[in-house]
Design a protein around this ligand. Structure first.
Ligand code: DAH
Length: 347
């Protein structure tokens, strides 16, 4: 093999061995650069006769062209490899599902409130809404809870730095019971002259506030008040309505109710309603779910109605308590810490 053929082979081998474009350019310099092998060969032509120059010159040119095309081929191969690697690194798997923002959802207490509303609405109850900042009269006096009466201290009330027209401090309502008064008065006014007045049948869900905080109490919590007033509404109706509500709410037919005597200023007689599940983890344990009672004649009078003609019952339950029982949550504070890991479980 002559020296030129060897040179081409050597160039092909060295170009082929260059792993990167930069190293390929170094290899190129060794053959085609100013001090490269091909340039050296061309310099040697000077010593030859014109005849020899012609043949040898043509051979060297051919060699140079072959080395150049080997260089171009390797450059292309390295560029292709680089592009391949890049495409592989940036590969998209178009079959993967898209990334979505986590869908929001209703808070478990909101879910509970909506559930309570839907069930009572299905039983013909209106849903009423009212202010969270209340007057002393609405929160207490109208509910047969007179000033200086010890029953007022049943609730550790938050007061607001504002007074009503009578100079009494406004309060953050400690229960939804003022809505009994607000709704009944509006109802009585609307049906003034209508004899008999159509029954009042309403629930009033909403936020309530008390100076209270532990595993089963939160300073802000939710209640749902219920009121049914008519000419012939009795404790029996309360029992039927509330039993039906509990069975629908807890999706359980083998649930039992118990009315335990209690005291509330706005009802007489008064009872705590306890329930017991017939199955499940809480089976057989009596659990308090609501206060209730026959509305006191003084309260009916404050509704603007004659207690000799209108009678009925009221109840008030804590929404968090119902949510805790339904979902098996043992600490009320979890509802209000805003921890997504807890809340996401309900969506
Ligand atoms: N307001 C009471 C409370 O917050 C609950 C309650 C008890 C409401 C008896 C009522 C009722 O309407 O009849 O503890």
């Amino acid at each position: 093999m002559d020296d030129l053929e060897q040179l081409v082979e050597r160039a092909e081998r060295e170009f082929g061995a260059a792993p990167t474009p930069a190293e390929l350019e170094n290899a190129k310099a060794r053959f085609l650069g100013k001090a490269g092998s091909v340039t050296e060969l061309l310099k040697q032509l000077a010593a030859l006769t014109p005849e020899q120059k012609k043949t040898r010159g043509a051979q060297i040119n051919q060699t140079k062209q072959r080395i150049e095309s080997a260089l171009l081929a390797r450059r292309q191969a390295l560029a292709d490899a680089e592009l391949d690697a890049q495409l592989r690194a940036e590969a998209l798997d178009v079959t993967l599902p898209g990334r979505r923002r986590g869908g929001g959802g209703l808070h478990p207490v909101s879910r509970t409130m909506e559930r309570i509303e839907a069930i009572f609405a299905s039983m013909g109850f209106e849903v009423a809404d009212g202010p969270e900042i209340e007057t002393d009269w609405m929160s207490f006096t109208a509910l047969n809870n007179p000033e200086n009466h010890p029953a007022r201290s049943m609730q550790d009330t938050f007061y607001v730095d504002l007074k009503d027209e009578g100079g009494r401090w406004l309060n953050l309502r400690p229960h939804t019971s003022p809505m009994q008064v607000r709704h009944a008065r509006a109802h009585a006014a609307r049906y003034k002259g209508c004899d008999p007045m159509p029954d009042i049948r309403v629930i009033a869900p909403g936020r309530t506030y008390r100076v209270d905080s532990d595993a089963t109490h939160s300073p802000m919590f939710h209640q749902c008040e219920g009121l049914w007033i008519g000419q012939n509404v009795s404790f029996k109706d309360l029992k039927v309505v509330f039993t039906q509500f509990c069975r629908l709410f807890f999706e359980s037919d083998d649930l039992q109710l118990r009315f335990r005597p209690s005291f509330f200023p706005f009802t007489e007689p008064s009872a705590e309603i306890d329930i017991a599940f017939g199955s499940g983890p809480l089976r057989g344990r009596w659990l308090e779910v609501s206060g209730s009672g026959q509305v006191h004649p003084n309260v009916v009078r404050n509704f603007g109605l004659d207690p000799e003609r209108y009678i009925g019952f009221a109840f008030g339950m804590g929404a968090e308590r119902l949510a805790m029982l339904r979902y098996g949550v043992d600490d009320m504070r979890l509802f209000f810490e805003g921890d997504q890991r807890f809340l996401a479980q309900f969506n």
